[in-house]
Design a protein. Structure first.
Lengths: 115, 419, 317
């Protein structure tokens, strides 16, 4: 039995609505296609990488890599240092290129055994 | 600038002698529309002029009136405003509809309850600014509902009914309210402007701060509309929903008309069609627009000569009232369908006559159909000519003889010939 | 000028509004531009975008990347739809005062094709009406979404699929067109200066009326550069004087920090440093480089005279 009221869940507030809408058939669909924001909207874009950026210990926490990262996968930790979300990092290399102290290295994914 | 004498002027029921365009403007005002986007084009211009007068004189407090730079932007602006959760209105004609054609698909695809008044005019080239419904009928497949008005009062009434139908949560489709350019837009008749409180009670309330149920702008409930769907995704199914909504709108149209009759005392048949003396008729016509009003008189006069004729006034083209047309048509043996529009290369050359033929396909007891095209480009169709059209149909019924001057199976009535 | 440290400590500015894992190319200039525009504008922003890369990088239904109200729109309809939003917010503010509808920002985010070609009519109309929107054009100098076809924003000598021997004409100066409309604020930015983007958007947000910001946003596949060079090439565009950063406010033109010293032609880097990084200029001839340089010198002389003309505009209605 089609649940034709299911789509109305998009009306709920951010924390109460489902992250992803699932419909079985045309009767259940919302009147128009509405998309809801979610990380990884196209998938695990970390798979795109050929090279992985690694922040070395010499990092002076200037934040320039955070500023330039197009994908916003570099975030600041409690202690002021920066970490990269490898689930979505596309390996563009901008952080390594722009790092003023040259403390980000682009390492070939194939050569890295550990994730 | 004339200042409104009363700051809190509330419309009370009154009869005013006004033009068809002004009736449309009064209806938009009574419906308390919130955003109007305007661009001038003959013969609709006085709709937006009148609305500008209302807004500048403080008679539509809170309403935003925007003069944009083209009809494409008119529709884009109205779409944007509707998405953000407001009741919207605009007016256009002929070339203006064609220019906004791309956005018409967008509005229907976004299921926005926009109502647009159309003072119909013939397509260019060559330039023609007079009554011809090709501008509206050629938008047949966009997903917009469309109705034709025959009288000045009907323009006012139909716009009010339109908001009731369009904003219904099972419908949510945009709509055209079309009437003949100059014939209705620029002539004056007494029109009853209804009491504002009565209109407020009839219409659904304006959208609240949350906006429409299916699309809204709200930073606390962020959503995005319009991104890509692959062929393997639900694209086809979303399109099916538009068709489904429009078919289901037929019952909403009927109930809106019935409710209108109950509240305001004016009857528009079942909303989709109005039958006139069809029950005992041998011969009938399907007709729409202002010509339908005059055809009533033609029917009366031909009946006085002893012939049993009747007519069906078609109010809605989209959704097409298939069942009602079928039921009414089975009453007669010969049915003329009179188009004031063209559909080049189709089986009959006229948009409505082709649809009537399709509706009657395989129906037991269906009449023979004579497609007729008359009044293109605002050409006058006199009462005598309409009586002649009825007589032609009567002759077919009596002798089985089709008129000799059919062109590709259609009677292009009232052709100009210079002797 | 705001510092990076200040921005990182600001609660709203450090939030990410464009979620990662979207389908932007690696090193996409558009993504950096949008990221910093949204940091400045905050969550009470409604974005409308006509057909461009942005319509496609935000994913397939039912998932999307932007964490704020976002509406796709037809190609020529960007500015007009933005006008509609603005009108609706005003109408809602009239009906529901104290709900913050008058604080909503309408942002139109369009590519160069949807701005300088098919969208110019709508943009001119919105500017003339002084509609309260921020119109941002992210300029990647071609129709990138459909596969790198030439637009009126394509620079002289650049190779595209429809100008295979190099674009013959010069880049259309859209910010100058908007300055001629005498709107309250016109600015140019580059993705190499994110804090400059941040400040300009913050200023635009505080002004009522039509604001236009054009951001140079290199496209790695379209320009023929490595993804890691996207920032460097945008920086060189500024340093060679090809792209001038400025603000135009109330009729007064002010060069931005990175462009101001370049009034002195000797301070501008040689053009070849910028061109040689990009495959789209691989076959540019000596003659075309000279023509391009002449054009840059001309543009700077004009800017110089405008900067010197300090006459404040009469009040804009």
């Amino acid at each position: 039995m089609a649940d034709t009221e299911k789509w109305k869940a998009i009306n709920k507030s951010r924390d109460k609505r489902p992250k992803l809408q699932e419909y079985k058939n045309w009767k259940e669909l919302s009147p128009i296609p509405i998309s809801l924001p979610i990380d990884g909207s196209i998938g695990i874009t970390g798979d795109w990488r050929t090279f992985r950026p690694i922040i070395n210990e010499g990092c002076n926490k200037c934040g320039i890599c955070w500023m330039y990262c197009p994908e916003a996968v570099i975030s600041k930790k409690e202690d002021g240092s920066f970490e990269i979300n490898y689930l979505y990092c596309k390996g563009c290399g901008i952080c390594a290129k722009e790092c003023p102290t040259k403390n980000i290295e682009m390492k070939r994914e194939d050569d890295l055994k550990n994730d | 600038m004339i200042k409104s004498k009363q700051k809190d002027f509330i419309q009370k029921k009154e009869t005013k002698i006004i033009k068809g365009n002004e009736a449309a403007a009064f209806a938009a005002k009574s419906a308390r529309v919130q955003v109007i986007s305007a661009y001038p084009i003959t013969p609709q211009t006085t709709v937006v002029e009148k609305l500008s007068e209302f807004v500048d004189n403080g008679l539509m407090p809170g309403t935003q009136y925007i003069l944009v730079e083209s009809e494409h932007s008119v529709m884009a602006c109205v779409i944007g405003a509707s998405i953000a959760g407001t009741r919207t209105f605009t007016a256009t004609s002929g070339q203006g509809i064609f220019y906004m054609h791309e956005m018409l698909h967008w509005a229907a695809g976004t299921r926005l309850p926009i109502v647009v008044a159309i003072a119909s005019r013939g397509p260019a080239p060559p330039w023609n600014i007079w009554a011809d419904f090709t501008d509206v009928t050629s938008q047949r497949d966009t997903g917009w509902m469309m109705s034709f008005c025959s009288a000045h009062q009907e323009i006012f009434d139909d716009i009010l009914m339109s908001y009731k139908i369009c904003e219904d949560s099972d419908v949510l489709l945009p709509k055209f309210v079309a009437y003949g350019g100059f014939v209705l837009s620029h002539t004056s008749k007494p029109v009853i402007i209804e009491d504002q409180d009565a209109v407020d009670a009839y219409l659904p309330p304006l959208p609240d701060e949350k906006g429409w149920p299916h699309i809204f702008i709200d930073p606390d409930r962020p959503m995005m509309h319009g991104n890509l769907i692959m062929p393997s995704g639900f694209y086809a199914e979303f399109r099916l929903k538009i068709h489904d909504a429009m078919i289901k709108a037929k019952s909403k149209i009927t109930s809106a008309a019935r409710e209108f009759d109950r509240v305001f005392g004016r009857n528009y048949g079942n909303g989709l069609i109005q039958e006139y003396k069809m029950d005992d008729a041998d011969v009938g016509v399907v007709i729409y627009g202002d010509l339908a009003l005059q055809m009533e008189e033609a029917v009366n006069q031909v009946r006085e000569e002893g012939y049993k004729v009747g007519m069906v006034k078609l109010r809605y083209f989209r959704p097409f009232p298939t069942e009602d047309i079928v039921n009414a048509s089975k009453k007669v043996k010969i049915l003329g369908v009179i188009d004031r529009a063209t559909a080049f290369g189709s089986q009959t050359g006229g948009p409505i006559s082709g649809e009537v033929k399709s509706a009657l396909h395989n129906i037991k007891g269906a009449p023979e159909i004579l497609p007729i095209i008359a009044g293109l480009g605002g050409r006058e169709v006199s009462l005598e000519q309409q009586k002649e059209q009825l007589k032609i149909l009567i002759k077919i019924n009596e002798s089985g003889e089709l008129p000799k001057d059919l062109i590709h199976g259609t009677l292009w009535h009232g052709k100009l010939e210079v002797k | 000028m705001v510092s990076l440290k200040e921005v990182m400590e600001d609660k709203i500015a450090c939030k990410e509004h464009f979620l990662p894992g979207n389908s932007c190319c690696a090193g996409c200039g558009l993504e950096i531009a949008l990221r910093w525009a949204m940091k400045a504008l905050g969550p009470k922003t409604a974005l409308v975008t006509p057909a461009c890369c942005l319509n496609v990088v935000i994913g397939l239904w039912p998932r999307t990347a932007p964490d704020f109200p976002f509406i796709n729109m037809a190609f020529a309809a960007g500015a007009a739809a933005g006008t509609g939003f603005d009108a609706a917010f005003k109408a809602k503010a009239a009906r529901f005062p104290n709900q913050g509808w008058d604080e909503m920002t309408t942002l139109v985010f369009a590519g160069d094709g949807g701005t300088s070609d098919i969208g110019i009519q709508g943009l001119s109309g919105a500017a003339e009406r002084n509609t309260n929107i921020i119109y941002c054009c992210y300029d990647n100098e071609a129709y990138m979404n459909t596969g790198v076809q030439r637009s009126s924003s394509t620079p002289h000598g650049a190779k595209t699929t429809t100008t295979i021997y190099g674009e013959k004409r010069y880049k259309k100066n859209v910010p100058a067109i908007l300055r001629a409309h005498e709107i309250p604020y016109v600015a140019t930015c580059s993705i190499s200066e994110p804090l400059d983007i941040y400040e300009k958007f913050k200023k635009a947000k505080s002004i009522k009326g039509c604001k236009y910001i054009q951001i140079l946003a290199p496209c790695p596949p379209g320009w023929g550069i490595q993804s890691e060079d996207a920032i460097e090439v945008a920086r060189l565009a500024v340093k060679t004087g090809v792209w001038i950063l400025y603000e135009y406010e109330k009729g007064i033109l002010k060069l931005s920090k990175k462009s101001k010293p370049l009034l002195d032609p000797s301070k501008r880097l040689p053009l070849i440093e910028y061109l040689s990084m990009q495959k789209r200029f691989a076959h540019i001839s000596e003659k075309e480089i000279i023509e391009l340089q002449e054009r840059i010198d001309f543009d700077w002389k004009k800017i110089d005279s405008e900067v010197k003309c300090i006459v404040e505009q009469p009040k804009i209605i």
